[in-house]
Design a protein around this ligand. Structure first.
Ligand code: HEC
Ligand code: HEC
Length: 238
């Protein structure tokens, strides 16, 4: 962990201790997970190290090009937002997001620390796309487009590429099956460290609306039309 100052190392040890104290499915508090996320985001990322860790520990499920696996509802991770990826790895590590697969992977001693999360996230954030996302059946794509622009684009952005500052994921280049699955999980409160209003909002969606929106999103390919936007205060942000 080159470049980390002594006090910072102290924080890492404290976080490791909190997570190590948890047994079985016991959850870290949302605050502990959010602190771990902030600590991770303050570290220098090493994408080359992240690439070899990804190939060693993650590619067997997420694919060698981080393209995911539609049949198993495993997400594509290529070009996902850096801060969002780090936060989700912290959530899985602290059991604030359910997934036996991910809990098993991240409990391995080599992958426990925040340094690993930023290294792998930095690699994934830069990896090239493969256009292999599974789509829906195409019946209600127009409905899905309307719903997305009216109800989701304010957070996920008009081209669905997400928002780094707000930990909002990109929904582009993602498998239909995974998108539908996660809308259900979010709406049912099975992702825990999430704003309650968002949970209520997605809970109110019916099956057809979810399928239609996921189908529309699964057809958005590549990096997105809009990369930089100007905020009201004139600052251009990614
Ligand atoms: C045994 C299979 C398996 C392995 C190995 C695995 N994953 Fe996953 N991963 C999954 C599954 C399944 C999900 C979806 C979990 C859910 O349903 O919420 C997932 C979800 C994720 C997500 C959430 C993505 C999002 O869009 O929210 C991230 C990030 C992630 N994995 C990163 C990794 C990293 C990094 C590694 C290697 C250190 C890894 N995974 C190894 C199966 C695996
Ligand atoms: C108030 C802002 C907001 C709105 C509105 C919103 N989302 Fe999200 N969405 C988020 C945030 C933040 C997350 C990440 C949650 C987390 O940290 O686990 C998310 C996560 C997701 C995910 C999971 C992605 C993944 O990779 O696991 C999907 C799918 C999703 N949203 C779809 C939608 C759809 C479809 C709509 C509109 C019907 C919508 N969202 C509206 C903020 C929003």
């Amino acid at each position: 962990m080159a470049g980390i100052s002594a006090p910072c190392t102290g924080v890492l040890v404290a976080i490791a201790a909190v997570f190590a104290m948890m047994s079985g499915e016991a959850r870290a508090s949302e605050e502990a997970v959010d602190r771990a996320t902030q600590t991770a985001l303050s570290l220098d990322a090493h994408p080359d190290r992240g690439a070899s860790q990804f190939n060693h520990y993650c590619a067997r499920c997420h694919g060698s090009h981080a393209e995911g696996n539609a049949n198993r509802s495993i997400p594509a991770l290529a070009r996902q937002r850096f801060a969002y990826l780090v936060r989700q790895l912290a959530n899985f590590s602290g059991f604030e997001r359910d997934s036996n697969s991910m809990h098993g992977v991240l409990s391995q001693i080599e992958l426990r620390g925040p340094q690993t999360w930023v290294d792998i996230a930095a690699f994934l954030n830069r990896v090239s796309f493969v256009n292999r996302a599974q789509t829906g059946d195409g019946t209600h794509v127009a409905l899905g487009r309307g719903i997305f622009h009216e109800q989701c684009a304010s957070c996920h952005r008009i081209d669905a590429h997400g928002d780094g500052d707000g930990f909002v994921p990109s929904l582009r280049n993602q498998h239909y099956s995974y998108l539908v699955n996660q809308m259900h999980k979010l709406g049912e409160g099975r992702r825990h460290n999430v704003d309650e209003d968002l949970v209520r909002f997605l809970h109110s969606f019916d099956e057809q609306d979810m399928n239609a929106t996921a189908d529309y999103l699964s057809r958005l390919r590549g990096p997105g039309a809009v990369h930089k936007v100007m905020r009201n205060d004139g600052v251009v942000v990614d």
